[in-house]
Design a protein around this ligand. Structure first.
Ligand code: SF4
Length: 328
């Protein structure tokens, strides 16, 4: 692990038992199927992909909301994939999460103060420090004036303000990493811009790193330093946000970008296959336009491609495609 990394994920797998169909053996849902990446201090890494691709399960595994089946989540000298008890509690203090729904994630019976003070109470911060820390977090989240906002209830706030309360509760412990799962997808356009700019501001002021989960490549491009594109439980392309969007190399990333830049009517070809029945070889081959263009080479059906750099991309820009050198 490099000195600056706040977390290094290696070959992470999360499998769930699937449903048994009549007369057949029980299937295995490979929701996350061998994912590796590191996040540097102060870095924003976006995980991008369609709904059901496994990106939220990766986030949940890092937060230990689901148990990893295999792999390492190395941070601060411990493997979060396997720790329990007080070591897990200490790690939870350094990793915080923001959820998609700013309406459902706050308790309607609690004031803003009660919501934001809760992590301090859980982690044993002395009572005399708590009020100052809560007001400071509200100020960080630009909920101004903090003293007045602290007394409000969720129903008295806009969607953007509620998400700012969730952010204040996430940063009040000064975490190293915030995992944000689709935090702006339920907000209107102006609130969305405000939350994205707040996240960058907090990165700059507090040195927080983010794992940002989104289905929207354009949002990832605006916010992130690097983007990892996830397809059916695997990263199929990873690189700097600027280069990956300007020169995507994987056919799936290229298709996602076409949809993002389209007129709103364009969709990706085909359905995402089930994680209980992952295609052989390259898992994208049943939907891949390049595969059809190349006359369906057997290599795509038979050999699982690994992430590889190309001669013409920046260091660290990798794609998992047998024909990556041609995908320009
Ligand atoms: Fe498409 Fe084949 Fe590349 Fe997979 S390996 S993305 S099927 S061209």
């Amino acid at each position: 692990m490099t000195v600056e990394s706040v977390v290094e994920v290696s070959d992470l797998k999360v499998y769930f038992p699937g449903r048994r169909s009549s007369g057949q053996a029980k299937s295995l849902v490979r929701a996350v199927d061998g994912v590796s990446f590191a996040i540097a201090k102060g870095e924003i890494l976006a995980l991008v992909g369609e709904s059901g691709c496994g990106k939220s399960t990766i986030a949940a595994a890092i937060m230990r909301l689901v148990a990893p089946t295999a792999g390492r989540i190395a941070s601060g000298g411990v493997d979060l994939a396997t720790v329990n008890g007080s070591a897990l509690r200490r790690a939870r203090r350094r990793f915080q999460m923001i959820f998609q729904d700013p309406f459902g994630s706050l308790d309607p019976r609690q004031t803003v103060y009660e919501t934001v003070v809760e992590p301090l109470v859980i982690h044993g911060v002395p009572a005399e420090e708590r009020r100052t820390r809560v007001l400071e977090a509200l100020e960080f989240a630009q909920l101004l004036p903090p003293e007045r906002l602290a007394q409000r209830y969720p129903h008295e706030l806009s969607g953007g303000q509620r998400q700012r309360v969730a952010i204040a509760a996430a940063v009040v412990l000064r975490p190293d990493l915030v995992v944000a799962d689709e935090p702006v997808s339920m907000l209107d356009v102006s609130a969305r811009a405000g939350i994205l700019s707040l996240m960058v501001d907090l990165r700059d002021r507090l040195g927080i790193s983010y794992l940002f989960i989104t289905h929207d490549l354009s949002v990832a491009w605006v916010l992130a330093d690097r983007i990892a594109v996830v397809y059916l439980g695997r990263i199929v392309e990873i690189g700097s946000a600027a280069e990956l969007v300007a020169a995507p190399r994987h056919p799936y990333t290229q298709a996602l970008l076409e949809v993002t830049r389209g007129d709103g009517h364009r969709t990706l070809p085909g359905e995402t296959p089930s994680a209980a029945a992952i295609p052989t070889g390259c898992r994208f081959h049943p939907r891949c336009p390049k595969y059809r263009l190349l006359n369906e080479p057997s290599q795509c059906r038979e050999v699982d491609p690994v992430l590889t750099e190309t001669a013409t991309t920046l260091v660290g820009h990798q794609s998992a495609c047998h024909f990556v050198e041609e995908n320009q």
